[in-house]
Each structure stands twice: as C-alpha cells, then as structure tokens.
Design a protein around this ligand. Structure first.
Ligand code: PEP
Ligand code: MN
Length: 337
C-alpha cells in the first residue's frame, strides 16, 4: 500500500502517521522526490483501515500494490535509484561499463586487462575468482588468491572491482570488494540473498537462466528486505528454444524491469550471446532499450582463456566498442561515467 501526501503536508503530520502505522507492526519505506512525497507500507496491510486514513486531509491518495515485491517496486520509489559504489554513480543519467575477464587467471593477466579497460573508459573491473562452472572438471577459479589479484589490479589502476560470490561462508573474503556479484545460478539462493541484505555493499544481481521478471525482482526484494537497498539488476540472457546463441538476450526485459522497478539495470551481452562478434550489436540494443550500463568480458588472449574465451573481446576490440557506443549512449541522454 502506498500513501501519497499532499504538497502542504507537514513533517509533523507525516511523522505522527508513520508512528501510528509502525505501532500496528508495519514497515515504512519513505520516498521523497522532486514532485511528490510518499510512503510505502510493508507487511500485513489488512489491518489498515483505508476509510480512517482517508479522513486525514494531508493525504492525497492511497493505492494498493498488487505486486509481491515492495521495496524494489517503482510504485514505492517513483524516481530512478542511483547507487554509489566506490565513488562511482550507477543509474540516473550515468552509463556504467564494467569490463574484464571471465576468470582471474594470473597477476599479469588481470593487471594488464585492468589497465586496458580503464584506458578505454570502463568504470569497474570485473573478474571471477569463484567460478560457477557447469562441469566439475572445468577451471573453478583461483578463489581467495583471485580476490587478492583483483585487489592488486585495483591498486595498480584505481578501478573498483566487481566479483562473484557463490556461498555465505566466503562472505568475510568479500569485505574489500566494491560490488558483490550474484550469478545467474545463485539468483534464488535465498540464504545468500538474505546474508547480502545485511551488508551495506552494492550487489549486482544477475537474472537466473529461466527466471521470470517477477522472480528476479523478488530476489532483489530479499536483499532489500534485509536493509540493503543497493541492488543493481543485470540481464544476461535467458534460456529459450533457440540454440544458435548461448542464451537469448531478453532485451524486452530492460524497459519492462525499468517500468516495474526503480533499480538500475545493466546488460551483459557477453553471457547472453556466448559469441564475441555479437557483443557489440547487443550492447547497442541494450543502450537503446534504456540500460544503465554494460558488463562485458575482455581477455588479453581469448584463445587461451581458462573460461568463456569464445565470448571475450580483446582489449583492442573492446576499445573500438567503447568508441562506437559513446555517441549512442549520449543520443539516449546518458553519459559514460
Ligand atoms: C560471469 O559473470 O562470469 C558469470 C558466470 O555470469 P552468469 O552468472 O551470468 O552466468
Ligand atoms: Mn563468464
């Protein structure tokens, strides 16, 4: 349920009402925008007497929310959420590019890729230390050592880091990570989501391979319900009947999710396509669809990459892509930052 206040509602009237609602066990989500001020009620709203509420002349409107996600809902927070991570703004008018290898493989590799993607304009370095692989015989990542190497690359370049967590036991190792990634395969690992909800750190939540938009937003809600509202959504392709690409980029999900939610949305064309030459056209489509950024796999030697070489761009190809997307990003009213 949402309560929209009239422009002349006083702070005292609003706070008194909030106190009364809290007293019947409801949570309050405040949203103070340029044009309106409202509160979203979280919990069992069946105890709220709408007629009684309507008797308050400082209330403009009361609306019931049918969606099961509340904090992630744009109705609760009409304006775009802007998340700050390591001093970089994600969402709003910024267009954020996160780039780097699928897996961290060595110090020389990650430091070189970090230098290259930074020079091309990336705002974050991505790289997996804990890898969720389909086969137990594939490279599983350098784990703790990989996290150290990412930190080394951050010190060498100043680029903040994004990296994937696979289970709650590893959380202490992620203290010095700038954005924690939840991969597609863990989108419904609810215990992990609850644990991340207790942190103050931004979380990049990838869409599950066969998750509906509502399921994806409910996973965001798990993190936000715990108190961590810094969630960035990432569309990375879903599984369909099509086999020509690794996945099918659900480009329609971008405007739909942005209509349903106020959270920033980035697109990962690398995992969506699984093919390097498709990354650029899909990136362009993502920008036109309203994405707030991109996550792109870049490897110094894709042919010998320990994971996802076929979809990785060389640093030179990534540089070309950045040059090409810049005017398109600006055409759609955003700025690469
Ligand atoms: C990744 O980003 O390297 C990754 C494993 O992505 P996803 O969870 O989208 O498959
Ligand atoms: Mn990958």
């Amino acid at each position: 349920m949402i309560i929209v206040f009239k422009k002349n509602a006083t702070e005292g009237q609003i706070k008194t009402l909030e106190g009364e609602l809290r007293a019947i066990g409801l949570g309050i989500h405040e949203s103070i925008g340029e044009h309106s001020r409202l509160i979203g009620l979280i919990g069992d709203v069946s105890r709220v007497d709408i007629d009684q509420l309507q008797a308050n002349d400082f209330i403009e409107e009361i609306k019931r929310i049918s969606e099961p996600y509340k904090k992630a809902n744009r109705k609760f927070h009409p304006e775009d959420t802007v998340i700050e991570a390591a001093g970089v703004q994600i969402g709003g008018g910024s267009f954020t590019v996160m780039a780097g290898p699928c897996s961290v493989e060595s110090e020389a590799q990650i430091v070189q890729v970090a230098k290259d993607v930074k020079a091309s304009g990336a705002a974050f370095l991505r790289g997996g230390a804990f890898k969720p692989r389909t086969s137990p015989y594939s490279f599983q990542g350098l784990r703790g050592e990989g996290l150290h190497l990412l930190q080394t690359a951050r010190s060498a370049t100043g680029l903040p880091i994004v990296t994937e967590i696979m289970n709650t036991e590893d959380l202490p190792l992620f203290e010095d990570v700038d954005i924690i990634q939840v991969g597609a395969r863990n989108m419904q690992n609810f215990e992990l989501l609850k644990a991340l909800g207790k942190l103050g750190k931004p979380v990049l939540l990838k869409r599950g391979l066969s998750a509906t938009i509502e399921e994806w937003l409910m996973s965001a809600e798990y993190i936000m319900a715990g108190g961590n509202e810094k969630v960035i959504l990432c569309e990375r392709g879903i599984r369909t009947f099509e086999t020509s690409m690794r996945n099918t980029l659900d480009i329609s999900a971008v405007p739909m999710v942005k209509a349903k939610s106020h959270l920033p949305v980035v697109v990962d064309p690398s995992h969506a396509a699984g093919i390097a030459w498709m990354v650029e056209p899909l990136a362009m489509a993502a920008i036109a669809a309203g994405a707030d950024g991109l996550m792109i796999e870049v490897h110094n030697d894709p042919k010998h990459a320990l994971s996802d070489g076929a979809q990785s761009l060389t640093p030179a190809r990534f540089d070309e892509l950045m040059t090409k997307i810049r005017p398109t990003v600006e055409f759609f009213g955003k700025k690469i930052g």
